[in-house]
Design a binder for this molecule. Structure first.
Ligand code: SF4
Length: 399
């Protein structure tokens, strides 16, 4: 059983983030925010896939001006997902010059390493925090390994060099990340932002560093933590690295919202990162998003790849139905479906699922018994087994 690290609750639009609430799935667009139509379409896709918060880059005044239009377009599509503005370098200017941007965003992400340099840093940070206060918005103080506050790092390296037994560069950098986040949160509170308007993140790109940084961060504060391995990578590497890091921390109760930063393969949908985030939480038993399909890997007993195609088809079908089913059939996401390749484990797994099918193996008679709630219900045969099984699944959901 996972005992969550206790954190404040922060409301982001209609979503609550904190240890009293389920871990929230979020994602980020990769469209040009100045293109309001493309950005609204991608946000809608991410939200329909299950992203509960979506971040967009706000890098220009024009991008800031489009936030209101993006929200209106989403409203027209019936999408009410909270939108977070990601600010670097010029966020103070955009928020000041475009009041609608400050007003229509549901949260501001501020990177303390990219707020400004020298004497301007405090002034520009204060300007953004004041806008958050004025518009009653939460902020995420999001520190990143790749854009660490260089003045703070230099000072901490100097202090380290004076120690009798200096710490390694890696440890000093980890400490600087954590210090940057905590100091910035303190400054925001001094400027009048309530602590229940602040979330923190300290993202790094290596698994062991992320685990170490978040364990320390959690031990030092009660701010909700946004968890993610930054620049996790492409394909399998990104998925495995993110899963390895996040699973350990989530098991320790650390992390109130997660984002999987995958580099999409050419042509791959951005929604893949949402599916991976959901799968991590669902595999760990922390949340349920979609009925689970249990399928065997297949082996020499399998007569063809037919059952793999059927398992894939059923899984995609269930995921596609979820936006509607979630509303209409509460609890459907906890359902279990089994699609198995032969009689060795097929009937056993089918009985353990809500509904399961065991396809015929190589030397078995060409019939596919279907079990519903542990009892044999019907035996399918012929060319239309896939279609008939899909109808049985659909009927099961509806009854
Ligand atoms: Fe092989 Fe049958 Fe086991 Fe699937 S259920 S892996 S086909 S033995």
């Amino acid at each position: 059983m996972v005992i969550r690290h206790k954190t404040h609750n922060v409301q982001v639009g209609s979503i609550n983030v904190g240890s009293s609430y389920p871990v929230v799935v979020q994602s980020m667009t990769n469209t040009d925010t100045e293109d309001a139509i493309a950005t609204a379409i991608q946000i809608a896709d991410l939200a329909r896939a299950g992203s509960e918060v979506v971040r967009v880059t706000v890098n220009t005044i024009e991008a800031g001006r489009k936030i209101k239009e993006i929200k209106q377009r989403l409203g027209d599509m019936g999408i009410n997902v909270p939108i977070v503005g990601d600010f670097h370098f010029n966020g103070h200017k955009i928020l000041a010059e475009v009041p609608d941007c400050a007003k229509y965003l549901d949260k501001y992400r501020i990177n303390p390493g990219n707020v400004g340099k020298g004497s301007k840093r405090d002034e520009q940070f204060a300007s953004m925090i004041n806008m958050a206060r004025e518009y009653d918005k939460p902020v995420r103080i999001g520190v990143n390994w790749g854009s660490l506050d260089q003045d703070l790092l230099a000072q901490m390296l100097d202090n380290n060099a004076r120690l009798q037994s200096p710490l390694s560069l890696e440890v000093v950098m980890q400490n600087a990340l954590i210090e940057s986040a905590l100091q910035s949160a303190e400054k925001a509170i001094e400027l009048g932002l309530p602590e229940n308007k602040i979330l923190l993140s300290c993202k790094v790109s290596q698994v062991q560093d992320l685990i170490s940084v978040y364990r320390q961060l959690a031990s030092k504060c009660k701010f909700p933590l946004h968890l993610g391995l930054t620049e996790a990578g492409i394909g399998t590497k990104g998925i495995v690295a993110s899963t390895a890091a996040l699973s350990i921390l989530l098991q320790e109760g650390i992390g109130d919202t997660i984002r999987i930063s995958l580099t999409p393969k050419p042509g791959e949908s951005r929604t893949q990162e949402v599916i991976v985030a959901q799968e991590i939480l669902q595999s760990m038993g922390l949340r349920s998003f979609v009925p689970v399909v249990t399928s065997c890997p297949g082996c020499g007993r399998t007569s063809s790849d037919y059952f793999q195609k059927l398992a894939d088809k059923i899984q995609n079908y269930l995921r596609e139905q979820m936006p509607i089913w979630r509303e209409t059939y509460p609890g459907v996401e906890t359902m279990k479906v089994a699609v198995m390749g032969c009689v060795v484990n097929g009937p056993g797994e089918s009985k353990l699922a809500n509904i399961g099918i065991s396809l015929p193996g190589k030397d078995e008679s060409p019939v596919a018994p279907v079990y519903i709630d542990g009892q044999k219900d019907v035996t399918l045969k012929g060319e239309r087994i896939a279609e008939e099984f899909q109808v049985l699944v659909e009927n099961y959901v509806k009854t």
